[in-house]
Design a binder for this molecule. Structure first.
Ligand code: ADP
Length: 451
């Protein structure tokens, strides 16, 4: 905008000033020439002055006036006196007479240049009068006026173009911003599949891309949350339905024999134990989710923890006719011994549970370079390759019905994974060469550990 205003006024001002200078250069010498001609006279009378002035070139001047020091006009030429202001000419003549100075003024008004000049007439070192002239020039004024009009049209055109461009620009920006706002509104209302069509190469494009990747993550999290809620309610509903069925059967069957009642009540007990286990593990997971970084970690002797797990589970192994073998080498990590106990316990318990009579479980603890490795290998039924990627997912069971008979909840391995991650470790699973499964847990070793 400032540029347009400058474009409108600056060239016009320069053109006008140039005309002022050229006027001064033309009119002042002309006036001096009249003055010099008068100075050649012996006596300044209206007659003699008129004669010399008529001989000089004054065609362009609207008014020529020769005065004595009393400001009496001795001779004057009056052509067209448009725009003439006597006060200006008199004040210039006054200065010329009193200060013995050449004077020039020029004005640009109403599309015309009005120029005044006055020079002193000197005789014998004395100022005896002055010549004052006035010129009215509409031709050059018209040129400057034309320039001004041209500039106005150009700047108006430029201003209009700038406005059109800025309106178009703000409209496209507005449209793109509205699309982003719409997307935010839709996603806020739960429409996680909504994406912004990405166009352009500016900040709004980056913003749209960021928004889309944020929505991707939201969508994934939301899917996981929905699946979890659906799975959790299903897992809680199943034992509740079984309890209800068993209790209804007892209540509605008249004269049920004691043996059957005992069997049904046993079933109710089993289902309620499963409920307790599932809710307990769900609470455990919620705790891990809410506080993913570990509480106060201390030096934990992995061998000591693994020994306790083996001792706790050996009666169960014996009952399942599975031999529990251990290989222990000194290993320390920074963790909490309760959580390490739970990790190893879950893995060894699974290795016994999914084994065969006469099978074997090998629990090994030891260092592997900078790591501590705990491996649990079994000679059991194994995990099909296609199930392998999912076994750490919540509620995932390889064979749903059979595992449920075993009392499994499908939560044990997801708790293991989250707990291992809390202590900077990693758990992996794969087939054991020769049949069965191998779970490996690796933690950063704590080298200053004390036995
Ligand atoms: P669950 O409480 O059902 O055992 P987990 O999360 O501990 O749940 O295990 C998930 C699934 O992985 C189990 O249902 C089981 O089918 C399979 N699985 C876990 N450990 C083993 C193993 N050592 N051998 C074979 N299958 C296993």
């Amino acid at each position: 905008m400032v540029a347009i205003v400058a474009l409108n006024t600056y060239p016009v001002a320069i053109a006008r000033d140039l005309v002022f200078v050229s006027k001064e250069n033309a009119i002042l010498p002309q006036t001096l020439q009249i003055g010099s001609s008068v100075e050649l006279l012996e006596r300044m009378t209206p007659n003699t002055v008129g004669q010399v002035v008529r001989l000089t070139e004054t065609g362009n001047l609207s008014r020529v006036s020769v005065m004595n020091t009393n400001m009496d006009e001795l001779y004057s030429v009056r052509n067209d006196v448009t725009g003439y202001d006597e006060r200006v000419l008199f004040s210039l003549v006054n200065i010329a007479v009193s200060q013995r100075k050449d004077e020039f003024r020029s004005f640009f008004n109403d599309g015309a240049f009005m120029s005044y000049a006055a020079v002193p007439i000197v005789d014998g070192g004395q100022v005896v009068g002055a010549v004052g002239v006035y010129e009215y020039d509409a031709a050059e004024g018209a040129i400057v006026l034309g320039l001004r009009n041209d500039m106005t049209s150009i700047s108006l055109g430029l201003g209009a173009a700038a406005m059109v461009v800025s309106v178009l620009l703000s409209q496209t920006m507005g449209y793109r911003l509205r699309r982003i706002l719409d997307a935010i509104k839709n996603v806020r209302e739960g429409e996680y599949t909504y994406r912004i069509a990405v166009t352009g190469h500016d900040e709004l494009t980056t913003l749209s891309q960021e928004f889309n990747s944020l929505t991707d993550r939201l969508q994934k999290t939301e899917e996981i949350r929905r699946r979890f809620v659906a799975d959790a309610s299903h897992e809680l509903k199943t034992p509740l339905a079984a309890i209800r069925l068993l209790s209804d059967s007892i209540l509605e069957t008249e004269n049920m024999d004691g043996e059957t009642v005992k069997e049904f009540v046993g079933g109710i007990r089993e289902e309620s134990e499963r409920l307790a286990r599932t809710t307990g593990q769900l609470l455990e997971l919620t705790k891990l989710d809410n506080n993913p970084s570990a509480a106060a970690r201390v030096d934990v002797n992995c061998v000591e923890v693994a020994q306790r797990v083996a001792a706790t589970l050996s009666p169960i192994a014996r009952r399942a006719e599975v031999e529990l073998v251990t290989h222990f080498d000194r290993a320390h990590i920074m963790a909490t011994s309760d959580e390490l106990f739970q990790i190893v316990y879950n893995l060894v318990e699974n290795a016994i549970k999914y084994n065969r009579p006469g099978g074997e479980v090998v629990l090994s603890v030891g260092r592997d370079g900078e790591k501590v490795k705990i491996t649990v290998e079994d000679t059991g039924i194994g995990i099909p390759e296609e199930d392998m990627p999912y076994i750490f997912d919540r509620f995932y069971r390889v064979e749903k019905s059979r595992d449920r008979d075993e009392g499994g909840t499908g939560l044990g391995l997801s708790i293991v994974k989250a707990t291992v991650a809390r202590h900077g470790g990693e758990v992996t699973a794969g087939p054991r060469p020769g049949g069965g499964t191998r779970f490996t847990v690796a933690f950063p070793a704590y080298t200053q550990g004390k036995d």
